[in-house]
Design a protein around this ligand. Structure first.
Ligand SMILES: Nc1ncnc2c1ncn2[C@@H]1O[C@H](COP(=O)(O)OP(=O)(O)OP(=O)(O)O)[C@@H](O)[C@H]1O
Length: 269
């Protein structure tokens, strides 16, 4: 049982003046960010801007040094984080590193449900199998269900990781650079799968960290631009994703182009 009552008026994520320090380093500096139900956010910023650290707070895995963080209506520091973490899905390199290469792909996805339904194991076993296979199919990797995870290509693994993160039916799904290391075809397949996820009304709230505007899937609604641990700009994608904002955040003169529902960026001149 949760020790606090969720405030229905609060957003899915509400950070207020969040500062995070480690030793003498200020990693996040007075970050305020609100995510409402139904929104799909992209987080951009150069290396070391604080993107992964921000996701760690959103996942209830780090606490602000000062400021407040409400995740799914629960205030970090006042809530049983173990319970809260069950409600937030994470797909990241750090989570992927914990997956055993010898584990069967179906089991990689299935085991994500165990935390939720351990008491009802037998009753839910058949349903869990069905759901795990449906998620693998949604990401076009069902044909690998009986292979071991270690035999998959990087692109196939990324899609299995997202299926795994969705298995526990999270209310918030955090994706940290899901397209990193993919070739062009793999990237485009992943972008298409994420666009479909973004467009589905039953999907959780999504937050996607990426380095490339080309990887922003159609259907993502908002963009947070981080610069040196601070919010440089935040709001609807079309308002924030401009050459001026991007140039300021990355410290390089950049031009942004829109191609229908996709984006690209390159050096100006
Ligand atoms: N425990 C720590 N102690 C000191 N500095 C840290 C610690 N953890 C992270 N940092 C620093 O905080 C900054 C932000 O790190 P973070 O991983 O959040 O950035 P990022 O935007 O995700 O970067 P990248 O794009 O390279 O993945 C980096 O400069 C990093 O070196």
């Amino acid at each position: 049982m949760s020790t606090t009552t969720a405030d229905p008026s609060s957003g899915v994520l509400e950070l207020t003046d969040v500062t995070l320090r480690r030793g003498r380093t200020t990693i996040l500096d007075q970050v305020s960010w609100r995510i409402a139900e139904g929104e799909r956010w992209v987080v951009l910023g150069r290396n070391g801007a604080g993107k992964t650290t921000l996701l760690q707070i959103a996942a209830g895995r780090m606490h602000p040094t000062t400021g407040t963080a409400d995740v799914l209506g629960e205030r970090l520091g006042r809530v049983d984080v173990f319970e809260l973490r069950q409600r937030v899905g994470v797909a990241s390199a750090a989570v992927a590193d914990r997956i055993s290469a010898s584990e069967k792909v179906l089991d990689v996805v299935l085991t994500a449900a165990y935390g939720m339904t351990a008491h009802w194991r037998e009753a839910y076993e058949a349903l869990d199998h069905e759901r795990a296979r449906a998620l693998l199919a949604a990401f076009d990797v069902e044909r690998f269900a009986d292979r071991t995870y270690g035999t998959l290509s990087e692109g196939e693994r990324k899609r299995v990781q997202i299926a795994r993160a969705l298995m526990a039916d999270p209310e918030l799904l955090l994706l940290d650079e899901p397209a990193a290391g993919l070739d062009l075809g793999g990237r485009e397949e992943l972008v298409a799968a994420l666009a479909e996820l973004a467009g589905h009304p039953a999907s959780p709230v999504l937050v996607l960290v990426t380095h490339h505007v080309e990887e922003i899937p159609p259907g993502f609604t908002h963009l947070l631009l981080l610069r040196d641990g601070r919010v440089h700009a935040a709001g609807p994608v079309q308002d924030v994703l401009t050459g001026r904002h991007l140039s300021e955040a990355f410290g390089v003169d950049l031009v942004v182009d829109r191609h229908g529902d996709r984006w690209s960026a390159r050096a100006a001149g």
